[in-house]
Design a protein around this ligand. Structure first.
Ligand SMILES: [Zn+2]
Length: 298
């Protein structure tokens, strides 16, 4: 696959991707996508046998050592105008539709739009996905650009779980660490509701299986208790490496980043996954990649 886009070009708001089937099958027009979702029977084998991937981008941002995410227009702005050392990142949760589930990987910054609507819900709707039909939310770690959208803040300041009908898969040790951490990377009030929410399936182990087709593994490395996921169905394997594997370019270059909890381990894991992923034809989801959100080796 050529660099620059699993979807040909990345569409903002969300691009639509699919595995294997001809790219022309879907257009980015919401109407077509909606009819696809309406016709899609979760749990029943349909003509869409393969997993569908939807990058749900909140946009591009720069972030520097203050850890504040500042919106960045890649069409009109120059990175050189931002403070030295600024990183340019996409903030990009993913929806993946399997034969059993609509899965969401991480929840973004969790902004409301100018009209006070929760932007992540709007973005999903634009991709033709009813937020209330999301069945699983898989959380890599609880840094604010991944867990900001765990809860929705109403105009009166009340908070609600953003996907109340989904089962949430959260690493318990990450939650406990994040709740007590008191660093600029975690905003406890964004995710505190999880503690008493009945639909949280706390993950306690270093690795394990969810419904016999999703595998999780505790990696640490980026945050102390960061975890990653593989989803495998019909011979396709999707890999979500969270912030240990956030961008395609980082998979190719050996480097140790200062912002990681254990930068050397991050580098080693990236190298290991990059080699194994190419051998086993994984599809990589890159949460912070501006150009290539999805990479499947072609
Ligand atoms: Zn992070």
């Amino acid at each position: 696959m050529k660099l620059g886009g699993f979807c040909g070009s990345v569409v903002r708001p969300p691009g639509l991707c699919q595995l294997k089937r001809p790219r022309s099958y879907f257009t980015t027009e919401t109407q077509n996508t909606q009819s696809f979702i309406e016709n899609y029977d979760i749990g029943i084998s349909s003509e869409f046998e393969l997993m569908q991937i939807f990058p749900v981008s909140e946009g591009a941002f720069t972030v520097d050592k203050t850890k504040v995410f500042v919106p960045f227009d890649t069409a009109t702005e120059q990175l050189s105008t931002r403070p030295a050392g600024s990183l340019l990142v996409e903030i990009q949760p993913f929806a993946v539709i399997t034969s059993k589930d609509i899965i969401l990987f991480d929840t973004g910054l969790g902004y409301n739009d100018a009209e006070g609507r929760f932007r992540l819900h709007q973005l999903l709707r634009q991709a033709g996905i009813d937020p209330n039909k999301v069945t699983k939310v898989l959380i890599s770690h609880l840094h604010k650009d991944h867990a900001g959208g765990v809860s929705v803040k109403s105009s009166s300041g009340e908070r609600f779980i953003s996907f109340p009908y989904a089962t949430w898969y959260v690493q318990r040790r990450e939650f406990e660490f994040a709740t007590g951490a008191g660093t600029a990377s975690y905003i406890t009030e964004d995710f505190a509701l999880l503690e008493h929410f009945s639909r949280v399936a706390w993950l306690d182990e270093d690795e394990g299986m969810i419904d016999n087709y999703i595998r999780y593994q505790l990696t640490g490395a980026h945050s102390k208790f960061h975890q990653v996921f593989w989803v495998e169905e019909d011979g396709e394997k999707i890999f979500f490496g969270g912030d240990v594997a956030p961008q395609l370019q980082q998979m190719k270059n050996r480097f140790i980043a200062k912002y990681d909890y254990d930068g050397r381990k991050c580098m080693e894991l990236r190298q290991q996954w990059w080699e194994q992923g190419q051998q086993e034809h994984w599809t990589f989801l890159f949460y912070h990649d501006i150009k290539t959100p999805v990479w499947d080796g072609k």
